[in-house]
Design a protein around this ligand. Structure first.
Ligand code: ADP
Ligand code: 5GP
Length: 184
């Protein structure tokens, strides 16, 4: 089975930014499109950024066993659809999952061969600055996400691989080296 990479880290640390650059440099790597019950941000498209589902539809899919993992995060639900992941791996592509901590823990049990990578911020202040600077969440959401981040950062030691996203280019290079080493 092609390699599965799990990339975790607090909201605003730069996971999305790093994965986009990683995929430009490792083009065979595909990103699994998750399902969520949160609203699309401006510029996000259904089926591209996420499969945007109602609470009822998400729950129906949980009950039908359609998720590899799923979790509640900051009042919304998120999950990896087995169908999306398997479509990519059965076509022979290595896949990256960009998921939060509870999901990464579930994947550690169900897909123990997946390569787990934690992205850490250079400091708590940098994380706050990035999350505010992204400008996608209202202030109360920013605070909620930073609160969750305190616990997420304590779980860093659970991960086989850790990349500090301080200078973006350094972090991308480390990530590319790590992924290429696992693929070769
Ligand atoms: P995540 O996907 O982890 O929530 P994003 O990729 O959306 O995080 O990044 C959050 C914000 O931080 C974005 O505005 C992004 O441009 C910025 N960012 C990402 N990496 C760095 C970095 N190394 N230095 C400074 N800003 C960064
Ligand atoms: P955002 O709302 O910023 O897109 O995502 C919020 C958090 O949910 C991020 O930490 C992101 O990694 C995580 N997330 C995105 N998709 C999934 C998923 O399929 N499963 C889990 N467990 N977390 C996800």
């Amino acid at each position: 089975m092609p390699r599965v990479f799990v990339i975790t880290g607090p909201s605003g640390v730069g996971k999305g930014t790093l994965i986009k650059l990683l995929r430009e440099r490792v083009p065979e790597l595909e990103l699994s499109v998750s399902a969520t019950t949160r609203d699309p941000r401006p510029g996000e498209h259904d089926g591209v950024d996420y499969h945007f589902l109602s609470d009822e539809e998400f729950e129906r899919r949980v009950a039908a066993g359609e998720f590899v993992e799923h979790a509640a995060y900051s009042g919304r639900r998120y999950g990896t659809l087995r169908s999306d992941l398997e479509r990519r791996t059965s076509a022979g592509h290595p896949v990256v999952l960009e998921i939060e901590l509870q999901g990464a823990r579930q994947v550690r049990r169900t897909l123990p061969e997946a390569v787990q990578i934690f992205i850490a911020p250079p400091s708590g202040d940098a994380l706050r600055t990035r999350l505010i600077g992204r400008g996608t969440e209202p202030p109360e959401q920013v605070e909620s996400r930073l609160h969750v981040a305190e616990d997420e950062l304590k779980a860093e030691h659970e991960f086989a691989h850790r990349v500090v996203n301080d200078r973006l280019e350094d972090a991308v290079e480390r990530l590319v080296a790590l992924v290429r080493a696992e693929l070769s």
